[in-house]
Ligand binder design. Sequence first.
Ligand SMILES: CC(C)=CCC[C@@H](C)[C@H]1CC[C@H]2C3=C(CC[C@]12C)[C@@]1(C)CC[C@H](O)C[C@@H]1CC3
Length: 371
Amino acid sequence: MSPSQILEPTPELSKALHANVVSDQASSSIINRLKSKNKELQTQSVNTYQKFWKDSEINNEESRADMYKTLTNTYYNLVTDFYEYGWGESFHFARRSIGETQRESIRRHEHILFSAARISPGMKVLDVGCGVGGPARECVRLTGAHITGLNNNDYQIQRANIYAAKHKQENFSTFVKGDFMDMPFEDNSFDAVYAIEATCHAPVLEGVYSQMYRVLKPGGYFAIYEWCLTDNFDESNAEHKKLALDIEHGDGIAKLFTAKVALQAAKNAGFELEIVTDLAHETVAGNEIPWFAALDIGVVSFNGIQGFARSQVGRVFTTNVVKLLEKVGIAPAGTVQVQDVLLTAADALVAGAKKEIFTPMYLIVGRKPLN
Ligand SMILES: CC(C)=CCC[C@@H](C)[C@H]1CC[C@H]2C3=C(CC[C@]12C)[C@@]1(C)CC[C@H](O)C[C@@H]1CC3
């Protein structure tokens, strides 16, 4: 396969691929969304994504890093509908306390970060890698700040705008298309910047953190949840390497970095660090249920569609429905592969968490010096 066979995830492609979906309402079902895709383009997008990981000249770390925009953008063109179906509007994990619902825990995890970033009413805040805007909408509700969501994926931006309209938040949020390694904003333009499980898509962490530093006003706060390999990760251990690769493949990540690299990158970017901790390994009352439990549910769950989708029976059910839809021509060819990629992600994330070699919540909070 040659890179010339790559289908670039341009705005035109996004329009053609999801044409009927974006004009649809916020809550259209996954079956309707799959039905509305441009089948040919969806199949070519699946093939493009898989080239980064299967037999092809771009199946290597260097190509994935060089082509991180194509890799991650294509990934989100394929998985966004599945994420919303099986997870919700906030694409991140959270620790849970006994009696707390999944949705409550997700919100609480966001509140922890908003409060660490000292976000208050009227502030101008940047959400880097905002997904379909779930955390941004919660930040508006909680703090009364104005949020700019930066995202390089056109489809997610369109979804975020649909949700903003549904929640009557158009005056409190703006969603901007752009690359977080080269942000389309002036220096010193935001009062606070945060990123939730998004900067792991960068080919170089220092690159994205330096951009966050540049656009932040002096004295402003930077707060992130980073996906990292922990100190237990052993580069020479084949099982560890395979898990890291499966997480990368399953989650659209060019390369996972260690917590040490992330910490050094934040220092090099210029931040004065105030909090650095792995929340996955913090034993604090109120967080009895680990983050990965949401993907390790057991045989079956009747806790809403999303709980069911994540259970063993739900996973098999979804795979079989997608197979059937693909067979009868309702879903584009390749959709089963997308579900498979996601199941690879789920298994590798849970295994990586249990071996304590991976965390999705390495918390780094810092400040841009006043002078
Ligand atoms: C990729 C990054 C940096 C963040 C996203 C984290 C999570 C929201 C996703 C990671 C694995 C995903 C899976 C699903 C939803 C979103 C994630 C938890 C599904 C439950 C969606 C429905 C599918 O049928 C199964 C998926 C398993 C993995």
